[in-house]
Each structure stands twice: as C-alpha cells, then as structure tokens.
Ligand binder design. Sequence first.
Ligand code: SF4
Length: 286
Amino acid sequence: MKLRLADPTGLCFGVRRAIEALEAALAEHGTVYALGSPIHNPQEVARLIGLGLVVVDDADEVPQGGVAFIRAHGVGPGAVERLQGRSAVIVDGTCPFVRRAQERASHLEAEGYQVFLVGDRDHPEVQGITARLGRSARVVGRSDEIGEIDDPGLRAGVLSQTTQKAEVFAGVVADLCLKVSELKVFNTICNATAERQNAVRQLARQVDGIIVIGGKNSANTRKLVEISRSQGAPTLWIEKSEELDWRWLEGKLQIGVAAGASTPDWLIKKLITTLAIPQVAKGEGN
Ligand code: SF4
C-alpha cells in the first residue's frame, strides 16, 4: 500500500506559531490560562493540559498576576484591558494575519468609513475585530445580507475574516460597490485554508481513499472530509491512529492522508508510522 500526504496539510503558520508560544510559556511559568480552547484538537489540548494549561472562558477567570494566553484568532481590546487590570502576564498568540485584519478595520473606521466585515458573526476572530470598533461594524456572511443602504453617499470600507472564501468576499465587494459612493477594500483573506482544501481536492482524485485526521470539533477538518467525499473518494475521518479501521483499508493500493489546520504534527506522524506497519501485524490477535 502506498501513502500520499496532501501538500500542504496540517498546522497552518498562525496556529503553529501560537502553540509554540504557548509551549514556551508553559515551560517558563508552569501554569498558563488560555482564553478559550487554544486549538480545535482534543488530543493536543489534553497534551497541553498535561503541561499545565488551564482553559478558561473569560478574562475574569484568570487569577491576579497569572499568565494568560491569547489564541491565534485574537480577542477584542476589552479582554486585553481586563487582563491588564488583573496584572496578568499576557502571551499573545494572535496570528499576524489576524492582527493585520484587526488593524485594517480600525484604520477604516478612523478614516470615517462604515466598516463591512465579511465573515461569520459567531466566530471569535470576527468578534475580536468588531469589538475594537467604536462605531458599529456590519458583519455580512454573503452579498444578499448587505440589504438596502439608505445613504447613497455612504463611504464604505470592506475587509474579510481571514478564513473567508475568496468568491464570497468578491461577491460582497461587487455588490457593495454598486450601492455606495466610495468603497475601500482590504483583502485580508489568508490562503492557508484554501491551499489545504485544494490539496485534498487534487489528492482525492488520485488515490483509492483518503484518511482525514483531525478533531471532530474542527470545522476546517470537517470541510476537508466534505471536499474529499465530494470528489468521490472513500473517506475515513479519525482523530487519532488508534481509531483506524483496518477493514476500510482492504483492497486499497494508494491511500491519501490529510490533516486539518489544527492537527499537530505528532498525530500525523503517528498515523503514518502506524500505516507503514504491515496490516497483518495490526490485525486482531496478531
Ligand atoms: S488560517 Fe491563516 S489567519 Fe488563521 S491562524 Fe492560520 S495562518 Fe493565521
């Protein structure tokens, strides 16, 4: 059986950078409080908890003088102020691409533009961006959510959640420019998600089946599974190598492996090592 790894796959730059910063903080301080789960992967979170991570929902749960970690999606300025009020040591894992989107949103507002943010209003990254805008930003998921604009002289500024699809963003930009007198556009999309999805799309056409490894709570991993299946490839979604179904592998000569952008390297390596061991050695009772 041949194995082929999607390329690129696994951790994106921003999540890898954030986890490395968190590991360094854990090594230095012993206990670190993360505002929200630092990564959508149960096995990696369990590993980090074993190193001293404590996941909290709110800045107010960080003890006075504690070490607080901000994940790659970032947070709003209110959370940072509350951490500072608790004299917390802040380890900021905000991805530079998310930081750039935050700064551009503030820049648009400071220049007097009505900000339109193309994204999911429930996503922490979107909430972190809108929380820093004094005037209300409009969050739109699709172009048909723009609605009527009463002021034909409106100066609008538009940017995107970093993981937004390019075609959705382009659709909002195209519709908005017909409704306002001035439109300033910042393309803040990060290509990491699209690159990983394209890699699975291509690989799915070249192999007999795809194993996608990643958290069942990871939206980007779920998307990889959907894309693989949409290409007609038999697709197995597992969180760890121990969940492998060896009967599923029977008769397949070429297997593709893909991982979500929140799947750590060690889980991928363990899966590849397990798959490289002859199947007969993994059978029950052998
Ligand atoms: S997907 Fe892009 S913007 Fe989001 S954390 Fe990864 S590198 Fe940063």
